[in-house]
Design a protein around this ligand. Structure first.
Ligand SMILES: Nc1ncnc2c1ncn2[C@@H]1O[C@H](COP(=O)(O)OS(=O)(=O)O)[C@@H](OP(=O)(O)O)[C@H]1O
Ligand SMILES: Nc1ncnc2c1ncn2[C@@H]1O[C@H](COP(=O)(O)OP(=O)(O)O)[C@@H](O)[C@H]1O
Length: 207
C-alpha cells in the first residue's frame, strides 16, 4: 500500500515489455530534447525542423509544443507563475512517458523558470534530458513578433508577458546553446543539424 501525492492505496504495475525492448524495435534510445527560449526565438520552428530531419533519417520523434498543448491537455492553464509551473510539470511528465516509449520527444515551450526545467530534468536519467537554449536577443524576438503579442504586451494589453513584464531565466546547465553568429540567426536546418549531431554523438540514434 502506498500514498503518493493526493492518492492513497495505489500500486505500480510493471509491464512485460520494457523500454529496452521498445528501443531495440525502433533502433534508437528514448530521450527528451527540451527547447526553451523567449516567444519568437524559434522554438517551434526548430522543433518541427528537427522532427522532419529525424524522420527522414528513419527515427521516431514527437513534438510537444507549448502553444499546441494549451489547446488540449493544458487548456485550463493561464500564464500566472503557478500555471506555468503546472504547464511545465505536465509536459515534463508526458515527455518522460514518450522517452520511456522509446521516442525522441521534442518539447518546445518557453519554460521560463529554471526550477521547473530542473524538475523535468530530474524525472529522467540526467543524460537523457537534452536542454536546448534558444539564446536569441529580445530585440530579435520582438522584431519578429509573428503573432503581434509583443506589441500587445508593450501596449499593456497583455500582462505578465515573458521578457516584457515576466521573467525569463536563462539556463545555467544546458547541453546545447543556439545563438546568432555575427548578428545573424543560423537557418533552422543548421540548428537542427547541431541537435542531430549531438544526439548521434551521445548514441541516441542507435539502440
Ligand atoms: N503572457 C504570456 N507570456 C508568454 N507567452 C504567452 C503569453 N500569453 C500568451 N502567450 C503565448 O503562449 C505561448 C507560450 O506558451 P508556453 O506553454 O510555451 O509558455 S510557458 O512555458 O508556460 O511559459 C507563446 O508561444 P510561443 O511564441 O510559441 O513561445 C505565446 O504565443
Ligand atoms: N532560424 C530562423 N531564422 C529566421 N527566422 C526564423 C528562424 N526560426 C524561426 N524564425 C521565424 O521566427 C518567427 C518565430 O518562430 P517560432 O518558431 O514560432 O518561435 P517560438 O516558437 O519560439 O515562438 C517565425 O516567423 C519563424 O518563421
Amino acid at each position: 500500500m502506498a500514498t503518493l501525492g493526493n492518492s492513497a492505496n495505489i500500486f505500480w504495475h510493471e509491464c512485460p515489455v520494457g523500454q529496452a525492448e521498445r528501443q531495440k524495435l525502433l533502433n534508437q534510445k528514448g530521450c527528451v530534447v527540451w527547447i526553451t527560449g523567449l516567444s519568437g526565438s524559434g522554438k517551434s520552428t526548430l522543433a518541427c525542423t528537427l522532427g522532419r530531419e529525424l524522420h527522414s533519417r528513419g527515427h521516431l520523434s514527437y513534438v510537444l509544443d507549448g502553444d499546441n498543448l494549451r489547446h488540449g491537455l493544458n487548456k485550463n492553464l493561464g500564464f500566472a507563475p503557478e500555471d506555468r509551473t503546472e504547464n511545465i510539470r505536465r509536459v515534463g511528465e508526458v515527455a518522460k512517458l514518450f522517452a520511456d516509449a522509446g521516442l525522441i520527444c521534442i518539447a518546445s515551450l518557453i519554460s521560463p523558470y529554471q526550477k521547473d526545467r530542473d524538475s523535468c530534468r530530474a524525472l529522467l536519467p540526467d543524460a537523457n534530458f537534452i536542454e536546448v537554449f534558444m539564446n536569441m536577443p529580445l530585440s530579435l524576438c520582438e522584431g519578429r513578433d509573428p503573432k503581434g503579442l509583443y506589441k500587445l504586451a508593450r501596449a499593456g494589453k497583455i500582462k505578465g508577458f515573458t521578457g516584457i513584464d515576466d521573467p525569463y531565466e536563462a539556463p545555467l546547465n544546458c547541453e546545447i546553446e543556439l545563438r546568432q553568429i555575427n548578428g545573424v540567426c543560423p537557418a533552422p536546418s543548421e540548428m537542427a543539424g547541431k541537435v542531430v549531431s549531438y544526439l548521434d554523438s551521445k548514441g541516441f540514434l542507435q539502440a
